[in-house]
Ligand binder design. Structure first.
Ligand SMILES: [Ca+2]
Length: 290
């Protein structure tokens, strides 16, 4: 499958920054189902220039510097602006009409901007899987319904959700069904490949912090898994819409995504994932790398 990943990488930043984008990129590189045509970087977990530098580092560690990478939006202020990322996205959908899938792992500014610049953008792509939304906030924490990727650019999120394609939406709520624990960490450490050593070294703070509650949730790799092994996921067709809720105590923005009943579906919302099978697949693919 021809795939472009749009991402906000944090693995390797040396600070306590979410490592999941980096893990998803390595998982994609280790998955033969995926023909990775390029990677576009957006603002999010880290400033754009940091995320771009980290991405270059992953590709070097995995010996895949042949994969093109592009800088995109540096903030949600760049919504609608042309960047190297939007140029690449538009060029790619024209080169692979109806045969290009997209995975979004960060705020949606790059994708929405490509669609603003080239209105046929969504007509020409095959699939879109996005990590974002939080329809049923986990652990009763209602303020999480804003969700990072949606809240960091609500205008872009609204445009992508309304796009005339049946996109797959993997929310942070379903991702909390999957926990990366000591069991997976031990497998990676034992492997002792170059990529495994890099991952283990740079997950030190993130894994260490989350290990206090038994492990962390690998949000972005779970979204990638919809392309690698869709049979592990259960989805429902629903209509999703961004709503503004003023004066609310919602994290990241006053916007959240809700299911609108009795309206034609615009999304396939992921409801469940086979967690043990996903974790096996995830580690196996990471360990496919040199
Ligand atoms: Ca991300």
């Amino acid at each position: 499958m021809n795939l472009i990943i749009d991402t906000d990488p944090g693995l390797g930043d040396g600070k306590i920054v979410d490592v999941d984008d980096g893990l998803a990129i390595f998982m994609a590189l280790g998955s033969e189902e995926i023909d990775l045509k390029g990677i576009t970087v957006t603002h999010g977990n880290t400033p754009l220039h940091v995320g771009f530098r980290l991405l270059k580092e992953y590709l070097k560690v995995a010996q895949r510097t042949d994969i093109p990478s592009f800088r995109g939006a540096s903030s949600n202020e760049d919504f609608g602006k042309r960047t190297d990322a939007t140029d690449f996205l538009i060029r790619s959908v024209k080169e692979h009409p109806s045969d290009l899938s997209i995975l979004t792992l960060g705020p949606l500014t790059n994708i929405a901007s490509a669609a603003k610049i080239y209105p046929e953008f969504f007509d020409d792509i095959k699939n879109l899987v996005m990590m974002g939304t939080c329809i049923n906030p986990p652990f009763g924490l209602k303020f999480l319904s804003g969700e990072f990727n949606i809240g960091n650019d609500h205008r872009a999120a609204a445009l992508v959700l309304a796009a005339p394609i049946l996109k797959v939406v993997v929310g942070m709520d379903v991702c909390t069904k999957v926990k990366f624990t000591k069991q997976q960490m031990v497998r990676i450490k034992k492997a002792n490949s170059r990529v495994a050593r890099y991952i283990a070294h740079h997950m030190y703070f993130w894994y260490g912090g989350w290990s206090l509650i038994g492990g962390f949730y690998p949000w972005d790799p779970i979204a990638l898994g919809c392309y690698v092994k869709p049979s592990l996921y259960k989805c429902a067709r629903v209509s999703l819409q961004l709503q503004e809720k003023s004066n609310s105590q919602i994290a990241f923005s006053n916007h959240r995504v809700v299911i609108v009943p009795n309206v034609s579906p615009n999304s396939r919302l992921c409801l469940d994932v086979n967690a043990p099978a996903f974790l096996d697949l995830f580690v196996e693919r990471l360990l496919n790398l040199p």
